[in-house]
Design a protein around this ligand. Structure first.
Ligand code: 3EB
Length: 327
């Protein structure tokens, strides 16, 4: 009689997220690497389904890669213009959509989300946990013509294919690179996550009409795998932007929002060592101030990446997203 296989063969593979400085060729040679995200000018990135270059300029010397690793067996491939990498339990998915080919940012967003919905519906990891959306010139255009608002309209239309599933945690940030290509990447899984809302903030999908004809469709966070995946979080209280153009106060309000979200998600550990954060700054000149403010408030922080990026409301100067271990 053969003995039963070790328990680990039955356990679902687990993910790890980190910021790493190794050369990309070395990272891609490692069998457990699910995804490598490079920021800004990262020359020589290979054409590999696990790799995405995001055109947000890092505001630190020698910016790290963001690396997702899996304890399982990683396979990757392409499906038309969509790239994926997965371990059977988790799926990294990425694609880039040329806006002009789809009549503008709304059409590109609708196409991207429809495409994503159809792809996920046909795969064993259909549950969307987390999405990142990066587009150029997010605040260009006035009133309802603003590109962010048009993105929200297209995204909501394309999301109908997600068919009643809860909204994923998300980030939507403006690149400053002049490239009219919508970048969408994310994390889906075999099992659903648990969306978390923030009691200090009106749920985004309930924002009133003044912020645009179509409310943004994302959850404030997603609890999954003993982690909280934290959406882009800014100085929004209720539905209003707080501390217009006051960076220091926006940093404090954003940290208060993050603490409230963690509290709601039931963490026993505050923001700090169990957290890895990305901070997006509208003005690259604010990097030193923000780095110092976060170092003072979160001295044990597990990792921080500072990126130049425009927040979707003009009066907001900073937005922070990330991942936090719950236990
Ligand atoms: C906010 O709280 C800030 O449209 O996907 C944060 C995270 C924000 C995600 C999105 C927008 C999005 O409304 C903006």
């Amino acid at each position: 009689m053969s003995s039963p296989p070790p328990v680990s063969e039955f356990a679902a593979p687990s993910l790890a997220f980190g910021f790493e400085h190794a050369p990309v060729a070395q990272l891609l040679g490692q069998a457990d690497v699910l995804a490598v995200l490079g920021f800004g000018a990262t020359p020589g990135l290979p054409d590999d389904p696990r790799v995405l270059r995001v055109g947000l300029a890092p505001l630190q010397a020698a910016a790290p890669f963001e690396v997702w690793r899996s304890s399982g067996t990683v396979a990757c491939g392409r499906d038309g213009d969509l790239r994926w990498s997965g371990d059977g339990e988790h799926l990294f998915v990425a694609f880039e959509v040329d806006e002009a080919a789809h009549g503008g940012i709304a059409g590109a967003a609708e196409y991207a989300y429809e495409r994503l919905g159809r792809f996920l519906a046909g795969c064993p990891t259909p549950h969307l946990w987390r999405l990142w959306n990066y587009l150029d010139a997010i605040n260009l255009g006035d009133g309802d013509d603003e590109r962010y608002r048009r993105f929200c309209q297209g995204r909501a239309r394309g999301m109908r294919t997600l068919d009643g599933a809860p909204y994923p945690a998300a980030t939507a940030i403006g690149r400053q690179d002049g490239v009219r290509v919508l970048q969408v990447y994310g994390l889906a899984a075999r099992r659903p996550g648990t969306p978390v809302e923030n009691p200090r903030q009106v749920s985004a999908w309930r924002y009133p009409r003044q912020y645009g004809p179509t409310a943004p469709t994302f959850a404030r966070g997603m609890r999954a795998d003993a982690r909280l995946l934290i959406s882009g979080t800014a100085a929004v209280v209720g539905h209003a932007s707080a501390h217009h153009d006051d960076l220091a106060a926006q940093v404090d309000e954003t940290l208060a929002n993050l603490a409230s979200l963690l509290d709601t998600a039931g963490t026993t550990m505050p923001l700090g060592a169990p957290s890895q954060l990305k901070a997006y700054l509208r003005d690259p000149a604010d990097a030193a101030f923000v780095a110092a403010a976060l170092a003072a408030r979160l001295p044990q922080l597990g990792g921080l990446l500072l990126l130049a990026g425009d927040i979707c409301r003009r009066e907001l100067l900073i937005e922070i997203d990330g991942v936090h271990r719950l236990r």
